[in-house]
Design a protein around this ligand. Structure first.
Ligand code: NAP
Length: 244
């Protein structure tokens, strides 16, 4: 199955590191013109060296007004990957207001906000589009110390469904991917301790965590016309973790 994005403009949030960074590279290899949005300028500079021709925008997506300002001139975007997120791990009884505020701003409100900006433009131009929200298996399964993260990813799943309901008639497809652990900076934060990782792996029927490509390939599929009838889905990339 060949997927090509020639002639398409794609915007990826959280593009500086991890899954977002690899998604930018894969979209560019697929022929898309990519806009990489992230928080750390040096990450964007090194990405631009690796992927000549991409556009970069440095903004903290937790700030609504700065996001409006930074994205006001992006022009038409056909494909959006809402990937940026933070994971603040705290036992339930120790969860702080700051953890809630930061996580809700980035993981939930920015997903809706960037989607509004892109969708309004698509609708104005009468163009079709596709949006993929990067959620997590944590949206559907309770994980120790993940109160805030699980709650925000549950919100992303429901946000995805409501966006699908309202944007489908406007020819914008919206889906979510729900990966298990991937060994990015974020993945290492929760799972680099073998004593924590082993019991988690043992609950995954395929017996391993996800590789970056497992997630990126699924995102590309959901952005592409090959998934033209998939809409409002929350798709596990979890080796069967959620099936058990
Ligand atoms: P990561 O390695 O921590 O990378 C996250 C990227 O998002 C970084 O470039 C980060 O920039 C950026 N970002 C964070 N907050 C931002 C903000 N306020 N404004 C702009 N950019 C921001 O994480 P990852 O593992 O690739 O995760 C990507 C997505 O996959 C997330 O939605 C995550 O929840 C999801 N996910 C990850 C796993 C996993 O195990 N890794 C599993 C399931 C789902 P800075 O570093 O500059 O802040």
């Amino acid at each position: 199955m060949e997927i090509t994005f020639s002639g398409k403009r794609a915007l990826v949030t959280g593009a500086g590191k991890g899954i977002g960074r690899e998604t930018v590279k894969a979209l560019q290899r697929g022929g898309a013109q990519v806009i990489a949005v992230s928080r750390t300028q040096t990450d964007l500079e090194s990405l631009a060296l690796e992927c000549p021709g991409i556009e970069t925008i440095c903004v903290d997506l937790a700030n609504w007004d700065e996001t409006d300002e930074a994205l006001k001139a992006i022009g038409a975007v056909d494909l959006l990957v809402n990937n940026a997120a933070v994971a603040v791990l705290q036992p339930f009884l120790e969860v702080t207001k700051d953890a809630w505020d930061r996580s809700l701003e980035v993981n939930v409100k920015a997903v809706a906000h960037v989607s509004q900006i892109v969708a309004r433009q698509l609708i104005e131009n009468g163009s079709q589009g596709a949006i993929v929200n990067v959620s997590s298996q944590a949206s559907m399964c309770a994980l120790q110390d993940h109160t805030v993260y699980c709650a925000t990813k549950g919100a992303v799943d429901m946000l995805t469904k409501v966006m699908a309901l309202e944007l489908g008639p406007k020819k914008i497809r919206v889906n979510a991917v729900n990966p298990t652990v991937v060994m990015t900076d974020m993945g290492r934060l929760g799972w680099s301790n073998p004593q924590k990782a082993a019991p988690m792996k043992s609950r995954i029927p395929l017996g391993r965590f996800a590789e970056m490509d497992d997630v990126v390939n699924t995102i590309l599929f959901l952005l592409s016309d090959k998934s033209a009838m998939i809409h409002g889905a929350t798709l596990p990339i979890d080796g069967g973790f959620l099936a058990t």
